[in-house]
Ligand binder design. Sequence first.
Ligand SMILES: [Zn+2]
Length: 358
Amino acid sequence: MTRHEILTSPDLTSLRTAELRRDFKQKIPELLELERLIRQYPQHLHARTEILLKNNALEFPLYSVTLGSEKPDAPTLLLTGGMHGIERIGSQVLIAWLHTLLERLNWDEHLQQLLSHIQLVLLPILNPAGMYLNQRANGNGVDLNRNAPIDAEGRVPLLGGGHRLGPFLPWYRGRKRGQMEAENIALEQVLQRQIFNRPFAAVLDLHSGLGMQDRLWFPHAYRKKAIGNIAQYVALKLLWERTYPNHTYLFEPQSIHYLSHGDLWDYFYYQSRAQNQPHFLPLTLEMGSWMWVKKSPRQLFNMAGLFNPQIQHRHSRVLRRHILLLDFIVAATLNHKNWLPDEKQTGIFNQTAKSLWF
Ligand SMILES: [Zn+2]
């Protein structure tokens, strides 16, 4: 398979009419920027259109981009963004980081060597129709991160925890016993094809929420009980905090904040378990958008402003801010053998988790 054979969609942009191109440029410039990178660096990446999503006579490609080692047992990092269409800053952070990575691959032998030992899989725009429509939900009005077939054990926040009242309200889960939405099925296929079969895989899913601080969340979202491999999460948290003591991400289980129905990473975690994958560590980055709002309160009156920095210097700062974290997760994935806890440490880290959170 050549690198271009699986690459169908970037041709789509050239097929689009000038009018459509203008429309996309205005409403979803992130997609055009991703396509530009795919076209510009074919020597470094495999791109693939996982699905073409149809919405009101428009078609939106859901792209995956793969870089690095093609060895089937190479450790793998999956990076996803834009699951909630309005949180476009997550997609922008990933695309900006991908740009830097691709450009460095042209001249940085150290990076070339690093990537020959690890597989990187990026889906920077998981919900292109929602992003085009500037809404949290996908084109069908379903919240992709409330849509997995898993119910919370315990009380969830009214509406926000997921509901089945209908797509006219945010956080709609979709119909009971219905299939997952096409975007989620496509993501699951990527996981089956490139992630679950790996001895070690980590995930970073980028969001922006209404908090003061940047948070790194790990499952569960559906129950308060600690996740099976909590010791590995504690090890990763300590590794991060020891290595970058000046960084201020809060690293916590999501369940200490609220429970929710249909969380995708809960669901995929148990899928990976069912396939006996030894290490599958999904993390969600919730960029704290109150930091941006506080500094320009007018953003309060603008939905996009609640979830995305609006002023140029602040926007650039956010694009830079998380580079260190992304580089760290690449290194931690590649070098997992040097920090995963052994049996004795597992006992200690289980205790640590209990005293921190449970
Ligand atoms: Zn989100």
